[in-house]
Design a binder for this molecule. Structure first.
Ligand SMILES: Nc1nc2c(ncn2[C@@H]2O[C@H](COP(=O)(O)OP(=O)(O)OP(=O)(O)O)[C@@H](O)[C@H]2O)c(=O)[nH]1
Ligand SMILES: [Mg+2]
Length: 390
């Protein structure tokens, strides 16, 4: 299934039904009173969280959602039927943003949780509702109102047990394709991966655990460089982070400094990541000598004594099985802890706030600046009420 993590969609609540003009008439009631009924309320659009979905792909072919309109009123003061609400299922972890104002309307986090994103229009009033002591035969009616309409941006944060983190080209996609059935594109240029890939790692007969291959991060990612914020948000709902490091970077950079660069971006994006277990995994050990690897590991141990350091070759498979076994037991342990402590994924909370406050505010400012620039560049019309200088 194609993983889609961001879509825009227009939503419109149903129109309210019109109120009608009618008078009671019959053989014994030739001049009965007003009996035009009110219309029915328009249906609303409601997003409902589901654990059974993990992509927004359904919205790529469904760009406009409209709920049912309310029916018009009837004679005999009959109220029109209300339009049915349109319930749209979205994966848990979906943030809903108004695409015009860039304000966050809400988050759908739990299975069965509802978020109303477009209210149905109010119903119109029939003439019976205007009857009063001074006006016994009103001819006044009101039409139903249009439902709320807006363009939404839906953003999904993937839910995974293990998130792969690292600079572009570190070998994240190679690793996920080795340990799971996921087959992402692999190439020796940066940003090969532009959307997260999810893979299930099965060890023995257990249920397995989910690994997310997230696109590479570069310095400045926390401020949006290289679509960084869009990629970083996916790490917010992962339990363990594997930081993949190229032990022989082709640009000759220092692998230890590279770890600092990426993790600074992560912590700048959300301080809550400091509490998340992050394992350093030195990748591509096949591309250098075992002496160099041993030396690099000892440098890492000196620089960050509290961190676990693993050595693997994603291509040759060296060390991969041992790493996956270790992760499997760690995932089981963390799952049982987070069952007791539902706040265990606190970075998710923090990231949601950051996304709605900082990142979207920056985007809104950039959009306003662009509008001002294009306005300033427009050729100015001479004002017609000023006489041209002769
Ligand atoms: N020698 C060696 N090369 C590797 C290893 N793992 C990956 N590579 C190579 O490194 C390059 C990048 O690999 P990818 O798996 O696409 O890297 P990535 O981290 O997913 O990169 P982005 O998607 O751009 O962030 C490819 O040419 C891979 O063949 C490894 O263990 N050893
Ligand atoms: Mg990749």
């Amino acid at each position: 299934m194609r993983f889609v993590d961001e879509v825009t969609v227009t939503v419109a609540g149903g129109r309210g039904g019109d109120g009608i003009l009618s008078f009671r008439r019959g053989p014994i009631l030739p001049k009965g009173g007003p009996d035009g009924g009110n219309g029915g309320r328009g249906g609303s659009i409601v997003l409902r969280g589901s654990n059974n979905l993990n992509t927004l792909v359904d919205f790529t072919g469904r760009k406009h959602l409209t709920a049912e309109s309310g029916r018009r009123g009837g004679s005999n003061e009959k109220r029109g039927a209300a339009g049915e609400d349109l319930i749209v299922v979205v994966p848990c972890g979906t943030t809903v943003i108004d695409d015009e104002s860039l304000l966050t309307l809400g988050d759908v986090c739990n299975h069965g949780e509802d978020l109303c994103v477009a209210h149905g229009g109010a119903p119109g009033r029939g003439n019976a509702s205007f009857r009063s002591s001074t006006n016994r035969a009103p001819r006044q009616v009101t039409p139903g109102r249009d439902g709320e309409a807006r363009r939404l941006r839906l953003q999904l944060r993937v839910l995974a047990d293990v998130g792969l983190l690292g600079l572009p080209n570190a070998g994240k996609s190679t690793l996920i394709s080795r340990v799971s059935a996921s087959r992402p594109k692999i190439a020796d240029y940066p940003f090969t991966t532009l959307r997260p890939n999810l893979g299930v790692v099965r060890i023995g007969t257990d249920d397995g655990f989910v690994v997310a291959d997230v696109p590479g991060l570069i310095p400045g990612a926390s401020a949006g460089a290289g679509l960084g914020t869009r990629f970083l948000r996916h790490l917010s709902r992962t339990r363990i982070l594997l930081h993949l490091v190229d032990c022989v970077p082709p640009d000759g950079s220092n692998p230890i400094e590279n770890v600092g660069l990426v993790e600074n971006e992560l912590f700048r994006f959300s301080e809550a990541f400091r509490e998340r277990p992050i394992r350093v995994v030195l990748n591509k050990i096949d591309a250098t000598t075992s002496e160099d690897v041993t030396q690099l590991v000892s440098h890492f141990r000196q620089a960050m004594p509290e961190r676990e350091v693993w050595c693997i070759s994603g291509i040759a498979g060296t060390g991969v099985a041992a790493l996956m076994n270790e992760l499997s037991s760690e995932v089981v342990r963390i799952r049982s802890v987070s069952r007791e402590d539902p706040d265990a994924l606190s970075a998710d909370e923090d990231v949601r706030e950051r996304l709605s406050e900082d990142v979207l505010r920056n985007e809104l400012q950039a959009r306003r600046r662009k509008e001002m620039d294009s306005w300033a560049q427009q050729p100015k019309q001479p004002s017609s009420n000023i006489d041209p200088v002769s």
